[in-house]
Design a protein around this ligand. Sequence first.
Ligand code: 13P
Ligand code: SF4
Length: 304
Amino acid sequence: FARYAPYIRAINQLKREKNAVILAHNYMTPEIYHGVADVVGDSLQLAIEATKVQAGTIVQCGVHFMAETSKILNPAKTVLIPDMKAGCSLAESITADGIAEMRSKYPGAPVVSYVNTTAEVKAASDICCTSSNAAQIVRAMESDTVIMTPDQYLAQNVANEVPEKNVVWWEGSCIVHEQYTAKDISDFRAMHPNTRIIAHPECPPDVVAASDFSGSTSGIIKYVETNKPKEAMLVTECSMASNIADALPEVDFVGPCNMCPYMKKITLEKILWSLHTGTEEVIVDPQIAEKARVAVERMIELSR
Ligand code: 13P
Ligand code: SF4
């Protein structure tokens, strides 16, 4: 950690000088998560925190859709992202035309879009969801048929959890979580029968079924903190275990993990540059932002 200290000091000082706060996703590396973040959380928590920011500038340490969500919810703030190329395979998998295509295939069905989408897609949707409230949101829809975009696996996991609804989905997927297979899980379990296996709901449904628990990134952290298993395998992004391992010395984090190349574009060097130069600013067309805000705020309202 010592080699990061000069960056951490400089960033924390610049944050005060520039009246900025850092909102960081749970997938940020430990030096960001523990060293410079003012708030850490999953997508829902970060969206809610964005609405409460008093400082003039938000530096979003996460991927682009998260920065857009902050801008949509708190448009008076300057929202910076340290690397504009921090995308997401899910957000890239669908456009507003895709939403229109789903609406014409399933007339009258509401569109529930994962927050892992562009502002344009959110604006074309009825409501958003995150991994922590997806089942709750789908259950709250009046219609029997519910369109979920763009994550096919999150949708299939929700369909299993909410069998009373006819959930239909777009064919997008997360490049980090789609790599896990049910065979990986059963092979691992055969060798380590006492390991608690905890999966993110962006994993395919047979992976979730083979696991002991599934939840959002913060749901996973809470589960490990509460249950303190002797051994835990987090079927998700690698930084998750690194960020909580020091505080949980009684838990042995085992097994493989996958790295999100988009999240890993955010580094201390780029955060410092971003604060220093005010780049890169995330701008959302106000008309699109207004419509997208309705979808995100409906979700926040229903999740209370
Ligand atoms: P969470 O909302 O669970 O933090 O998920 C965001 C994400 O991008 C997971 O891949
Ligand atoms: Fe997108 Fe997957 Fe990376 Fe999350 S982990 S930002 S869903 S590509």
